[in-house]
Design a protein around this ligand. Structure first.
Ligand SMILES: Cc1cc2nc3c(=O)[nH]c(=O)nc-3n(C[C@H](O)[C@H](O)[C@H](O)COP(=O)(O)O)c2cc1C
Length: 340
């Protein structure tokens, strides 16, 4: 483990962090895509990153362990079999939209290295539901639990969002173990009316298609407490879970003032307190609603804190970039996360 840490921290990361973040992401992604075609490499990765985690059962779904890769890395379902090799217990692919989208103009990913943060302004770029479905059919389902994160097309207005999301869901519903509805992307227009009415319409529409499919609603850390309250009660009523949280539009939580004018969602360590705060609000409202905690998780202490606050599952993205793949094993091998 020390050797792979050394290779990542002293060689790979310094080189990658000198390159434009999206180009670096593309390079890593291409490497992982090649690895996904070579079983021997996947076995080697699995061997290096094997961990002593334990399975968990949440809302009737079995997860190999409690730590997942958050949405946005494998948007088009191209490398989830390699992600699995790093020791995750589950992952979210997407966000997927009904139609293919280019996303926002580049540059659209920025690092805040001193503060372990990332600002992304991707804008839901992905190849669309039909192509994602083809990718999954070709590759086959992974052995770990796979969530599919769905968002509405950027061009679709909010009045028709439930129809648009439902069409996307119909295409993908047989190939995901659970679904996350992303209503909180900070890089597209956000809903200005009553948020829980909006979510209600979407959940109703999805439940008409499938009354059993496990659903989660991904919320923004920037919504008001009364909105968290209403959405939590709605989720409890419809047996849905919540992913808390997406990235934040706020900039007052970082030291760097040059980011005040850079649009996008902020993730990583600066997001931690906002994400924990929303988790608390949800648990104060409902003891039952399953919660996936996402936002600023870097080590097992972060996970233990959120576990104590009532989160069921945990997701990372930014710490994987800053700490390297061994962060998964480091988080999961800690005794604090084992069943008591
Ligand atoms: C480059 C990038 C792209 C992302 N794309 C998506 C996305 O498409 N859909 C989504 O729901 N969340 C997306 N996210 C948010 C993450 O899934 C996660 O909720 C957020 O980054 C907070 O976790 P973290 O602090 O561990 O990174 C993205 C994050 C990053 C950094």
């Amino acid at each position: 483990m020390r050797m792979v840490d050394f290779l990542y921290n002293k060689i790979a990361k310094p080189i990658l962090f000198k390159i434009d973040p999206e180009v670096a992401h593309g390079m890593i992604f291409s490497g992982l895509k090649i690895s996904s075609k070579l079983d021997i490499i996947k076995k080697l990765i699995s061997y290096i990153y094997s961990n002593s985690s334990e399975p968990v059962l949440v809302n009737g779904i079995k997860f190999k362990n409690c730590l997942g890769f958050a949405a946005g890395f494998d948007k088009n379902a191209e490398i989830y079999d390699v992600i699995e090799s790093f020791g995750f217990g589950f992952m979210e692919i997407g966000s997927v939209t009904l139609n293919p989208q280019q996303g926002n103009p580049k540059p659209r990913i920025f690092r805040i290295v001193d503060e372990y943060g990332i600002v992304n302004h991707m804008g839901l770029n992905n190849c669309g539901a039909i192509k994602v479905r083809k990718n999954i059919d070709k590759k086959g389902k992974p052995s770990i639990t796979m969530g599919i994160n769905i968002a509405k097309d950027n061009k679709c207005d909010f009045i028709n969002a439930h129809k648009n999301i439902s069409e996307c869901f119909k295409i993908l519903k047989d190939v995901g173990d659970f679904f996350v509805i992303n209503i909180s992307c900070p890089n597209v227009n956000s809903y200005a009316g009553n948020l829980s009415d909006y979510v209600h319409k979407i959940i109703n529409s999805l439940r008409e298609i499938d009354s059993e499919e496990p659903l989660f609603i991904k919320i923004s850390p920037d919504i008001a407490d009364n909105e968290v309250f209403d959405i939590t009660l709605l989720c409890e009523r419809y047996n849905c879970g919540i992913v808390a949280t997406n990235t934040t539009k706020r900039r007052d939580i970082i030291k760097r003032r040059d980011f005040d004018k850079i649009e996008g969602g902020l993730s990583g360590k600066p997001l931690k307190n906002l994400s924990v705060n929303k988790l608390q609000k949800i648990r104060d409202t409902s003891k039952k609603v399953p919660i996936i905690s996402s936002g600023g998780i870097f080590d097992s202490m972060d996970v233990s804190e959120r576990k104590n606050l009532g989160a069921d599952l945990f997701e990372i993205y930014t710490s994987f970039i800053y700490e390297g793949p061994s962060v998964v094993k480091k988080i999961l091998n800690q005794g604090a996360l084992k069943k008591s």
